[in-house]
Each structure stands twice: as C-alpha cells, then as structure tokens.
Write a protein that binds this ligand. Structure first.
Ligand code: ASP
Length: 579
C-alpha cells in the first residue's frame, strides 16, 4: 500500500485519466443531492474529491462520517471538471478526483475553531497551535521562513562562512537585556546564563583562526514583552576576521536581493543607501527611518532663538514637520495627545487652509522671518516641537511615522532598505546616570575616536551599523575591539572595576591578549525579516511555537512548576509561589 502518489496541490489537466492516490486533511465536505464533495488539503494545496454513491457505494457510506480535519486516503481517477464548475482561482481548479476507494486514516474531535474562521482569540489559537498552523497563512509564513533560512545558508557558505555552533548553557553575554539563568545541579548555587547572543563566542572563533563564522543562533533575552518582542530571538549571526565593511555590506545586500527575488519574485535595488546616525536623527527623528515617504523634519532653531514666543525662545531646539494636509482642530487635539505621550509639553501648529489663509493660536507672536520660514503651500499643517533636541526627535519622529500611515503617505508596495552607521558609542543610563554601551561593550570606537573616547564619551562614535527596512530594524553589528587594553578601558568607563572585569570577562581579555585579529560582524533578526517578507504585523505568526505576551505557552503550559525533589537536587528553595 502506498499513502499517496501525488501531493494535493499537484493534480492538473495533464494528469486527467490517471489513477492517483492522495492523503491529507478534510478542509470541507459538501453533500449535493447524492454526490459528496470533499476538499482534501495538504501543505501543497487542495484537490476536490467527488464521491458518487453509484460508482463507489462503500466510499459514499464512509463519507457520511467525515468531518473537517479528519485525515483521509483517497484513490481514484482524475477527471476534468465540467466548464461551469471550473475554479480558476485554484491551481487544481480544472480537475477533481473521482473517488474509487476511501479510507478514514485518522479522526478529529470537535474543533475548538474552524480553520477558515477569522478573528479567533489568539490564546485559543496558541492553545491549539497544531491546528492553527494548518491555516493557509501560517503555512505560508513558516514555509517562507524556511525558504529564507535555506537561502541564507547557501549565501553564507558561498561567501566562505563556516557554520559553527556555540553553547546554549553559558555565561552572561550582555546585549542590554536581563539573563535567563539555569541552575547547575552539579555545581550547587551556581547558574548558567542563556546567551543574549553568541557575541563573545563568535569573537573567540575569530581569535581561534576560523576567519569567517556564521550561525542561525537563538538568543535569549528576558525582556518585558511588547507586541514586537519575544524572549527567544533567532538571528543570523556573522563574524569575520580582518573585516572589510564593503565586503560585509555587499554580502548582506546580495543575500537580501536573493531572498526577495526567490521568495517574493521582487527585485530590490542594491547597494542600499547609507545614512549616518546624526543625519537620520536630523532628517527623520529616529535611527530607524521609514524612507518609503518623505515628510522630513526641519530645523527652525536659528530663527526662533529671538522669538517673541516664549516657548520657542527658551527651547534648546525648535523643529517642525510640514504635513501636506489641512488638519482639523479635532485631528490636532488627537495629535497633541500623542505628542504628549512621547514627551512633548504641547503641540504648537500653523494651518494653511486650502485658500492659503493661515490660522494658528501662536501666529500673533511670530515675526516676519519666522513666518517666512514656515510659510507653506495651501492645505498644509506645520507641527512644532520645542524642547531638548532628543525630545524633539522623539516627538516629531513618532508623529512622522504616525502621520505617514494615517494620511496614506506610505507606498505599501515598497521595500526601502538602508544602512545607518556612526552610532554614538555610549549613552547615559536613564536611572543611574552611568555610561552604558549603545551597541554592546565589545564595539570599537571609530578610528577618529580610538585614542580619545574616554575624554568625551558623550560624543564618541562607534564603528557600528544597523540595517533598516521600511522603518524596522533588521539588525546591526559593529567592528570589535581586538586590543585587550582598549577593551579594559571600555569596561572601566562602563563602571566595571578590574576585579569585576576579570570575573565576568577575564577569558575574553586573555584571548584578546593572545593574538586576536581585527574582527567585525553583524546579526540580523530572522523573525523580523520574516515579518517584513510575509508582510505580517504579528511577530508570533512567523514563529511556529511562540509564547504569548506574558511569556507563557498556552499549549504546553510552560513555564511550569517542578517537583520538590528536583528543587532539592538543585539546592533551590522557592520563595514566591506562583499565583
Ligand atoms: N551581538 C549583536 C546582537 O546580537 C550583533 C553584533 O554585534 O554582531 O545584536
């Protein structure tokens, strides 16, 4: 006995008159005055089965028991459909299988939801993920992801990168999140940390002489979950010795071009444009600009320094957006609410109506030179942010993104990739006022800052870069510090005393002191890439078995309690019982 001769998406006119065997799931059953129709589905598609009680009485008898999602095996002859029943929307729409024998291979209990039902509660979907994954959209997303990973591997290998596996049970590798820790039974009171990325390990593969490394790596970050974050991130992790930025960028660009071509049939333009961090911040108010639309930020600070309008005069920076629409009072009130959420104190504006007349509560304070700068075409609203520079970036950058989609300014078909580089090396921790690394502490300063980053950490630039598409950060990387002394200086600036440096990163410092080559690399998020490729805004829908936003897997119930015996073995006492 064979299970199947073809996949359900394969039967076409060319196969008419042949005997086929198909096996798959029942997507739908319809009874039509004697004839029974079943849509039989597998990963490749759907074929319509016809069961005629006169030709196949046993099969017809059995067919009455069939329910959605039963597994069937059907043998029969492929026939052409009559012209009025052809379905041109299906690849198999010209044919149907005239069933001769039928077997119910596996039954299903009542379904918690139908596969074609829309807006099913996500917890329910995750609880029955095996069913949810049978849906067309999820089949497509997961397949696309696999296809993409295949291309990535082929491209990386063609470019001479070796796939090297690094451990999951390791020591803290900082990427700015909290660590997941695992108790070590054999070393009571000690813990492994799951790597936030294989950063240190991949650098060690370079010190070890492997020259080019890559891995499809899982990174664990115990973060508070938001809509666009998960705790287990999959990334393409890359490192090279004697790094050449042009080679690295070109390899990534070529890889993306191939993914887009093979998975979507789309050509994307390479090389990708590049922007410095400072320019991205100045023009778009963010380090991940969506360049599918214009609407750039403008700076009025020079002109408003002597303004009669106190708010403008006293602000460190006054910047504005010229929105190509006459916004109503209601719109403006809503935008002001948003601006406040992002840290603005208010939202000043000027409206030029369709006749070119200007209305604004602040008009009377503005001098000629200010008005000359703000003057815009009829049907424009000028929105202002007057504050510290970073606040104006945050507020106008967020308003820009919001208005881009709200006003339909975005070309939804476009993919705009770009590199952002020359990031600041350090930033102050908001709570503690300490310096922290913007990228990670292994990132090297730019050549310009190599000797003096300690003297002016606020302005020091890092040799780091991010890759952006449509306003999403796909990932980023940097050139690394390969000099043990410079690495120690960076640790020191980050507030790490020598003893702490030794206990946390002694092995790295030792390795860097034993013939470490210059090195650099990048990491690109596979989950995020799939979201962009599939144009799916739900991160969990590009992951086969994701956790929900509370970090819980509604299917298995993980995380779960362990037995007292296990705890005793580990020497662990649970202080707070699960609520
Ligand atoms: N380790 C970094 C990250 O995971 C990427 C890199 O610097 O290569 O974001």
């Amino acid at each position: 006995m064979i299970w199947r001769t073809h996949m359900a998406g394969e039967p076409t006119k060319e196969l008419v008159e042949t005997t086929l065997v198909l096996a798959g799931w029942v997507a739908r059953r319809r009874d039509h005055g004697g004839l029974i129709f079943v849509d039989l589905r597998d990963r490749s598609g759907v074929t319509q089965l016809v069961i005629n009680p006169e030709l196949a009485p046993e099969a017809a008898e059995l067919a009455h028991q069939i329910r959605n999602e039963f597994v069937l095996r059907a043998e029969g002859t492929l026939v052409a459909r009559s012209p009025e029943t052809v379905n041109p929307n299906m690849s198999t729409g010209h044919v149907e299988l005239q069933v001769e024998s039928l077997e119910i291979v596996s039954r299903s209990t009542a379904l918690p939801f139908q596969l074609d039902e829309e807006n099913v509660d996500e917890t329910l979907r995750l609880r029955y993920r095996w069913l949810d994954l049978r849906r067309e959209k999820l089949q497509r997303n997961i397949t696309l992801r696999a296809q993409m990973v295949g291309i990535i591997r082929r491209e990386m290998e063609a470019a001479g990168f070796l796939d090297i596996q690094t451990p999951i049970l390791f020591k803290p590798t900082p990427e700015g999140a909290r660590d997941f820790v695992v108790p070590a039974r054999l070393q009571k009171g000690r813990f492994y940390a799951l790597p936030q990325s294989p950063q240190i390990l991949k650098q060690l593969t370079m010190v070890a002489g492997f020259d080019r490394y890559y891995q499809i790596a899982i990174c664990f970050r115990d973060e508070d979950l938001r809509a666009d974050r998960v705790q287990e991130i999959t990334q393409l992790d890359v490192e090279m010795s004697f790094p050449d930025q042009e080679f690295l960028f070109a390899t990534m660009e070529q890889m993306y071009a191939r993914i887009w071509r093979e998975a979507l049939g789309r050509e994307i333009e390479t090389p990708f444009p590049r922007l410095t961090y400072a320019e991205a911040d100045r023009r778009f108010g963010t380090d991940k600009p969506d360049t599918r639309f214009e609407l750039e930020l403008e700076d009025a600070t020079e002109v408003t320094r002597n303004s009669e309008f106190g708010v403008f005069k006293s602000a460190e920076a006054v910047r504005f957006l010229r929105v190509p629409q006459e916004l109503s009072r209601g719109d403006l009130a809503k935008l002001e609410e948003l601006a406040k959420e992002w840290g603005a104190k208010g939202l000043a504006y000027l409206v030029y109506d369709e006749e070119g007349e200007m209305r604004s509560p602040i008009a009377k304070f503005l001098a000629e030179d200010e008005l000359a700068l703000f003057r815009s075409d009829p049907g424009t609203t000028v929105l202002f942010a007057a504050d510290a520079w970073p606040t104006t970036s945050r507020v106008l950058g967020a308003l820009r993104t919001h208005l881009g989609s709200e006003l339909g300014l975005i070309d939804e078909e476009a993919f705009t990739f770009l590199w952002v580089y020359d990031f600041p090396m350090f930033e102050r921790d908001a709570d503690e006022g300490r310096w922290t690394a913007v990228h990670h502490p292994f990132t090297r300063p730019t050549a310009d800052w190599k000797e003096r980053f300690q003297d002016d950490p606020e302005h020091a630039l890092a040799h780091a870069y991010d890759l952006i598409v449509n306003g999403n950060e796909l990932g980023g990387g940097s050139f690394r510090i390969h000099e043990s002394e410079i690495q120690a200086k960076v640790f020191e600036l980050l507030g790490m005393a020598e003893q702490e440096q030794r206990s946390k990163f002694g092995f790295l410092l030792d390795a860097l002191a034993m013939g470490a080559p210059p090195m650099g690399g990048i990491a690109l998020g596979i989950d995020r890439m799939t979201m962009v490729l599939a144009r799916d805004p739900n991160l969990r829908d590009v992951i086969a078995f994701p956790k929900n936003q509370a970090g819980v897997d509604p299917m298995s119930g993980a995380p779960s309690e362990v037995t007292q015996e296990q705890l005793d073995e580990l020497g662990i006492r649970v202080v707070e019982q699960p609520g």
